[in-house]
Design a protein around this ligand. Structure first.
Ligand code: NAD
Length: 361
């Protein structure tokens, strides 16, 4: 019997509830498909700060480095104050450079569209999202303003906060290579590069030109590009036009939440953060503090992230069985949470039990 050791990081807010659901489902499917998972539990985020005085303890990073794969819950990042994102730190430290976020129509969930099947592949380590910022009136922001104004004709108001948008050839090339190889392996037809290079000629311009260079090596995959504002308009009117969307970090973050709305919301949106030798699987949604401890959120996003993990491990049949169990419960709509039905919603625990019952050999 195959044995895997996987790091599990429950996270903050609703994280422990949905990750617990995912672990139960994965344990059930593993029994049926003759493999076993040894979960190595570690913490990060607010819990870790309270317990170890560190948001991202070395033990957590070491465990992921050793085991190569992790299932992770969402981690809270305070708005506009406090610490920087632990998620950004984790993705950078482990070089998880590609964030894969699939979106597809699920039978039974009523939305405005009936045939969405697209994947956002987001560069995960740089761009504005990496959070290199200088506070208004700080020593460094004043120095930076002086430096820029000295050698250019540009003027920057003195009372500005500043964020740096960095897009490198190296990071663009590796995520583009990943996206086109992913398209080829998964029999996808088209990769659309998302950008705003009409305005951001050097940063987004470089993203487009490097990705286009990579596309030349993949003759069977159509490559086109679209400015991000136009892409948003098309996504909410004709999502069927899209196949794979290759995005810089910030646009990818925003667009993937938009995409989850096309098919039923954040409660059903899974994701994978992939690096050269490691991968961390997590729901797209955050820690939803208002729902924390209420046992009322949808566990599907976390369970489907677990299915992506199993697929990545090569347990293809088990992964499919888990996906099918989730889709079947969503389709029946009798054991689903509030986000899927306003009428008699069930708890996270009840929905999890219903999914477990549907897992077939
Ligand atoms: P959120 O995704 O946590 O929640 C937004 C809303 O979506 C919730 O109020 C809820 O109505 C709904 N929702 C989310 N998950 C759901 C689920 N499983 N089932 C049903 N409904 C669900 O976004 P937010 O409120 O903007 O962020 C809260 C915190 O999470 C912030 O600190 C943010 O930084 C963090 N966050 C973390 C991650 C991550 O760890 N990868 C991702 C996004 C946000």
């Amino acid at each position: 019997m195959k044995k895997y050791t996987i790091t599990v990081v429950p996270g903050d807010g609703i994280g422990p509830e949905v990750i617990n659901s995912a672990m139960q489902c994965i344990n059930t499917v593993s029994e049926k498909y003759n493999f076993s998972i040894n979960w190595e539990k570690h913490i990060a985020g607010e819990v870790a700060l309270n317990e170890y005085g560190s948001l991202l303890p070395t033990e957590t990073l070491s465990s992921i480095r050793k085991n190569k794969f992790a299932l992770k819950g969402p981690i809270t990042t305070p708005l506009g104050k406090g610490f920087r994102s632990v998620n950004v730190e984790l993705r950078k430290k482990l070089e998880l450079f590609a964030n894969v976020r699939p979106t597809k129509t699920i039978q039974g969930i009523k939305t405005n569209f009936s045939n969405v099947n697209l994947i956002v592949i987001r560069e995960n380590t740089e761009d504005l999202y990496s959070g290199i910022e200088f506070k208004e009136s700080s020593f460094l922001s004043k120095k930076l303003i002086k430096f820029v104004e000295k050698d250019s004709k540009l003027k920057i108001p003195n009372d500005s906060s500043i964020a740096l948008k960095t897009i490198s050839k190296t990071a663009t090339k590796r995520v583009a290579e990943f996206a086109f190889a992913y398209a080829q392996k998964n029999k996808r037809k088209k990769v659309t590069i998302i950008h705003k290079s009409n305005i951001l000629k050097y940063t987004d311009g470089l993203f487009v030109s490097e990705a286009e260079k990579v596309s030349k090596k993949f003759k069977s995959i159509i490559c086109d590009n679209l400015v991000v504002d136009n892409a948003c308009s098309k996504l909410v009117s004709k999502p069927e036009l899209f196949d794979i969307l290759l995005c810089p970090n910030l646009y990818g973050d925003i667009i993937s939440d938009l995409c989850s709305g096309l098919v039923g919301g954040l409660g059903i949106a899974p994701s994978a953060n992939i690096g050269k030798s490691m991968a961390v699987f997590e729901p797209v949604h955050g820690s939803a503090p208002k729902h924390s401890g209420k046992n009322d959120v949808n566990p599907s996003a976390a369970i489907l992230s677990g299915a992506m993990l199993l697929n990545h491990l090569g347990e293809i049949k088990a992964s499919k069985a888990l996906e099918d169990a989730v889709y079947s419960v969503l389709k029946e709509k009798t054991n689903v949470t509030y986000d899927i039905t306003p009428k008699n919603p069930v708890s996270t625990t009840e929905m999890t039990k219903a999914i477990i019952k549907k897992i077939k050999k």
